[in-house]
Write a protein that binds this ligand. Structure first.
Ligand code: NDP
Ligand SMILES: O=C(O)C1=N[C@H](C(=O)O)C[C@H](O)C1
Length: 263
């Protein structure tokens, strides 16, 4: 291994994103996969990526293997554990797994900063999705009324998506809280108006056939504006994973979202 290589531990290597990330690492000259964390022991012989140890015990993995970066693409619960263990072992986490609360992100920021370690939580690695979020924040300066409709495959565990929450978060930074719709509106069917972030409804659709899609719909007097992004293939996320790994090596704080990095 050349000394310039970034040594990576990958958690969730068998998953849809984990499979694409293994391919990315294998095809990136300065990345080296040094170990995987997978909670299912019977999978240990499944990979053909070379001589990479696969650990079911994350603690043991980080104790035994020298690494620079953790890429986590698992489940919300597993990712929270892996992130803590990585920071304890001075390994910089790049977390693509979604399902973190704002409070959890702030706790992790404090922990990363106390160790002067870079960390990234990236709700969406697709550059187009990052632009969709940035454009939405820009549009929110001119339109107060907005609803977010996110659509994903039906294997997704968390709702709403991390992208929808991050989008709402970016919009509320410029818009503040606002109750939308009729002041006397009521739901005759619970959930019909979606979940609310600062008065902004988020609607989650789950269907087979979908990958990852989002529309941010703004309404104003006599007009609407729709900003839409579609990931139709998980390859869309990989340039952002690469950028996040490179970025986390050069920072000493937690960065939440690739929009902080892309100008
Ligand atoms: N930031 C971004 O741009 C993107 C983020 N995501 C997020 O990434 C995460 C993974 O998505 P996706 O690949 O579609 O999901 P998958 O279900 O395809 O993959 C998750 C993998 O993690 C494994 N896993 C579960 N628990 C553990 C554990 N404790 N340790 C190690 N591995 C574990 C699962 O194994 P098993 O199935 O056997 O339980 C599975 O192989 C989700 O949170 C999703 O929202 C997805 C796409 C883009
Ligand atoms: O689970 C997924 O597939 C995706 N999850 C992320 C999210 O929750 O926003 C990113 C992307 O939308 C795909």
């Amino acid at each position: 291994m050349a000394s310039r290589d970034i040594r990576i531990i990958l958690a969730g290597p068998r998953g849809k994103m984990g499979t694409a990330a293994r391919d990315l690492i294998a095809h990136t000259a300065h990345f080296s996969l040094v170990a995987c964390v997978d909670h299912k022991p019977q999978t240990e012989t499944h990979f053909s990526d070379g001589d990479v140890p696969i650990f079911t015990d994350a603690d043991r993995c980080f104790s035994e293997v020298e690494a620079d970066v953790l890429i986590d693409l698992t489940t919300p619960q597993a990712a929270k554990t892996h992130l803590e263990i990585a920071l304890d072992h001075h390994v910089r986490p790049v977390i693509g797994t979604t399902g973190f609360t704002d409070e959890e992100i702030e706790q992790l920021r404090a922990k990363a900063e106390s160790k002067s370690l870079g960390a990234m939580i990236v709700p969406n690695f697709a550059i187009g999705a990052v632009l969709m979020m940035k454009f939405s924040q820009m549009a929110a300066r001119y339109f107060d009324d907005v609803e977010i409709i996110e659509r994903h495959h039906d294997r997704k565990l968390d709702a709403p998506s991390g992208t929808a929450l991050k989008t709402a978060n970016l919009i509320s930074d410029v818009r503040g809280e606002k109750k939308q719709g009729h002041q006397n509106e009521s739901e005759t069917l619970e959930g019909a108006r979606g979940g609310q972030v600062e008065g902004m409804p988020i609607h989650s659709v789950r269907l087979p056939g979908l990958v990852a899609h989002q529309e941010v719909v703004f309404g104003g007097s006599g007009q609407t504006l729709t900003i839409r992004h579609d990931s139709i293939d998980r390859g869309s996320f990989m340039p952002g994973v690469k950028l996040a790994v490179e970025t986390v090596m050069a920072t000493k704080t937690l960065i939440y979202g690739l929009e902080q990095v892309i100008e």
